[in-house]
Design a protein around this ligand. Sequence first.
Ligand SMILES: Cc1ncc(COP(=O)(O)O)c(C=O)c1O
Length: 353
Amino acid sequence: MYNLIRKNIRNLKPYSSARSEFSGMASVFLDANENGHDLLGEGLNRYPDPLQLAVKQRIAKLKGVPIESIFLGNGSDEAIDLLFRIFCEPGEDEAIICPPTYGMYRVQADIHGTPIRQVLLAKDFQLRPEEVLEVSTPNTKLLFLCSPNNPTGNLLDPAAVEFLLRNFQGIVVVDEAYIDFAEGSKSWSQRLTEFPNLVVLQTLSKAWALAGARLGMAFASPEIIHYLNAVKYPYNVGAPTQRVVLSALEQGLEGTVSAIIAERKKLEKALAEFEFVEKIYPSDANFLLVKMKGSALIFNYLKQNGVVVRDRSREPLCEGCLRITVGTPDENNVLLELLAAFKPSLIQTFNPS
Ligand SMILES: Cc1ncc(COP(=O)(O)O)c(C=O)c1O
């Protein structure tokens, strides 16, 4: 593992913040060049806990992962960015992605000057693990797997993921942003001690309904967590976020996940009735990938009527597909009513293909 880390990061002496140097009892803080006046009365004049210990304690209990194996960031997107910084020498090291998948892996690779190798998923949206190994070289440092996968919605076969964890020579990142919607499935975070090359990503943006708060998690060996903390901005998670997240974690999920899963099943049934719907892919997430005749026309029709879905038709293996987030019952009804009013005859007129 140590050898996978960029030399400059191995040798990095991280910034030591005032708040990380002092952790005892004190009543007068004159160490961080803050403003002593609490203008809003909310304590925001002080820097937040750089390592977010109170939040981590809750997450450790909730997820069954020890604190030393938890990194918290400004969304899981922050962890994706930091993984490139830690493992990929710009212009030299490579990463593998398996499209169709979450777009930020490629964007971050491009930002960091990391060449990407692509191994498309199979037609059933499952991994092709042998092909992944075939295209890897000693410079392939990161492999991104997304399970349940965005935009396809399916869990990846655990046997294929395990095969890659055992045989891929770099870091395997398993992005579980949607895992809470996959009934009965187990998180890879429970197997960290078996696989020192495993990084699991999760987020509070989906099941926990906190996309606006920005809190993402990475679970990994204490060694990888050490480097994530070394390269992050000192105060990467603001005090308001830490506060809101603590309160949400104390309250629990309160059934929104089961409600969304029930709505997903209802939406799937209702969509299947439309003659322009060709296929609805099975989903373990909070969205459906739907193949439609005239998808571009339907996408624009919905947009003109105030409903935005995601057009994924230009992604490999996703021709004619729209990705539809499962909304509230009211939001889903608006969508279904609009689709019911859509005239399929228009498809012939405007989109002969
Ligand atoms: C697969 C996947 N990973 C990560 C993210 C980013 O999540 P966050 O809001 O925690 O940055 C998303 C957001 O859509 C996603 O689909």
